[in-house]
Design a protein around this ligand. Structure first.
Ligand SMILES: Cc1cc2nc3c(=O)[nH]c(=O)nc-3n(C[C@H](O)[C@H](O)[C@H](O)COP(=O)(O)OP(=O)(O)OC[C@H]3O[C@@H](n4cnc5c(N)ncnc54)[C@H](O)[C@@H]3O)c2cc1C
Length: 454
């Protein structure tokens, strides 16, 4: 006879919440062809932190069963501050600015390990990594020096990249449209730029006081993609840093969403004659803004998404492994029946291929003189392949995982339903899964030109 449904058992016996089942340890899963022994040790150390400090609070990140907004916000701020204290946000900041100076491969291992607990938190940390990598790529050591005391200091700061606009996010990411559908405009005015327009969805965004608490010091500001001329083209777009308390910034209330419920506060942002000093334009050379957006914002953003999806899928398979070990189907543990074992094999295969591919690609990013620069179309094709494959893997793993667990997986207590709600946005943002496919094709034979396009 079947044992009774005991959802509690799924997250009782140890602090990980996986009932003890763990897939591969960092030493077994991270390929030494792409990283060093020391980098694996860093990942191991970080994994221990994630299991101790984050796993037990996953439900609280959404405010628990009652969706208590205060509990959610406090938990997010508190856990984010712990991550800052652990050095995660400054991991890739060069040591000369007070950072840890880790290589991009560690950035992605952090994304994977952190997403086992919560992909929203990984994304929050990722915003700092994004800003650092864009400023480094632009050669803006002056700006890094300006922000370093906040990025590398003891206090916790959050940051945001603003790309999407109401007329469509995927448009901005379509190279064939050459930014001509973008509306947020930065106009030169003496020693300043004046920014006007409307962004939609960037996160975390909102009034500065929403990002102040006993744990969080504040919002560092917005890295805003904007055009400088409506003619479009690579020379007429840039990235502009706007402080969080700049005059002329206005926000809607955060949107209610099916996932990333509180970790990401997503709002409308209105820019009304927002004046910033000229040095806050990140790109400094003709065409550099477009290269940064294509390569470091979209390209590396998709790569980070691939690593995060891999960690999320791994967490789901761990939950499923535990459940199918204990759940009896016609008197036998479920995972010992060949039908279900084959499904588990299929899930694992997708996860490990996602991991090996994003790691190989990150190793290529670290050797641009050999493989090409991130803004080049063939590299964008690879970033898109990594993100779309990991997205398909997460779709398969969450869906099949829930199928194996039955209603227990559908239950709040399993955590699986949250992973399922969370993974989806990674297939939508930064151009989405369709754009990924198009960018892979375009990487092979150059950007499409839409007949009669804008
Ligand atoms: C939780 C969350 C966090 C976010 N964080 C940020 C952030 O930090 N910064 C930011 O700027 N934005 C952010 N976004 C916005 C997100 O990036 C956009 O919603 C996304 O890029 C898609 O844009 P859209 O919603 O306007 O969809 P649309 O552009 O309208 O696209 C709709 C659908 O059509 C597909 N599509 C569109 N154009 C094409 C085409 N030419 N060919 C084939 N298919 C196409 C898309 O893939 C998508 O599936 C966030 C959104 C959410 C929900």
């Amino acid at each position: 006879m079947n044992q009774p449904l005991d959802i509690d058992r799924m997250h009782q016996p140890d602090a990980t919440g996986f009932g003890g089942y763990r897939l591969l340890e960092p030493r077994q899963k991270y390929n030494l062809a792409f990283c060093t022994e020391e980098e694996i040790e860093i990942a191991e150390h970080f994994r221990g932190f994630v299991e101790r400090e984050l796993m037990p609070y996953r439900h609280d990140l959404e405010g628990g069963w009652h969706r208590d907004a205060k509990l959610a916000k406090d938990t997010i701020h508190r856990l984010y501050a712990k991550l800052v204290d652990f050095g995660v946000t400054k991991a890739i900041l060069p040591t000369k600015f007070g950072g840890l100076g880790y290589r991009p491969i560690v950035r992605q291992m952090i994304n994977e390990e952190l997403s086992r607990a919560d992909i929203g938190l990984a994304t929050k940390v990722g915003k700092l990594h994004w800003a650092i990598s864009v400023m480094l790529a632009a050669g803006r050591e002056d700006l890094i020096e300006e922000f370093a005391p906040r990025i590398a200091g003891d206090e916790a700061w959050t940051a945001c990249f603003a790309i999407t606009e109401p007329a469509g996010g995927a448009n901005v990411e379509d190279p064939a449209l050459e930014y001509r559908t973008m509306n947020v405009m930065a106009r030169e005015d003496g020693d300043h730029y004046v920014i006007n327009g409307h962004k939609l969805w960037p996160g975390p965004s909102g009034k500065p006081e929403n990002f102040q608490s006993q744990w969080l010091k504040g919002h560092l500001g917005y890295w805003v993609c904007a055009i400088t001329d409506r003619a479009g083209g690579d020379d007429n777009v840039g990235i502009f840093y706007v402080p969080a308390d700049a005059e002329g910034l206005d926000f809607s209330q955060p949107y209610q969403k099916m996932g990333f419920s509180y970790t990401e506060s997503n709002t409308d942002i209105w820019f009304r004659d927002v004046r910033i000093p000229k040095r806050y334009r990140i790109d400094t050379q003709r065409g550099q803004g477009s290269k940064l957006i294509k390569g470091y914002v979209i390209g590396l953003g998709r790569l980070a998404g691939a690593a995060r999806l891999t960690g999320l899928s791994e967490a789901v398979l761990e939950i499923v492994m535990n459940w199918t070990q204990n759940r009896l189907i016609a008197g036998k543990p479920m995972r010992e029946r060949s039908l279900f074992a084959a499904t588990i094999g299929e899930m694992y295969r997708a996860i490990d291929i996602s991991r090996q591919y994003y790691m190989s690609l990150t190793a290529q990013v670290m050797r641009p003189e050999v493989y090409g620069y991130p803004w080049e179309a063939h590299m964008k094709a690879k970033f898109s392949a990594a993100r779309s494959f990991a997205g398909d893997a997460a779709e398969l793993v969450t869906n099949k995982g829930m199928q194996l667990m039955g209603s227990a997986g559908y239950a709040y207590e399993s955590h699986l339903e949250k992973y399922m709600r969370d993974y989806k946005i990674v297939q939508l943002w930064l151009g989405g899964a369709e754009r990924d496919r198009l960018d892979i094709a375009q990487g092979l034979y150059g950007p499409f030109k839409w007949a009669g396009d804008a």
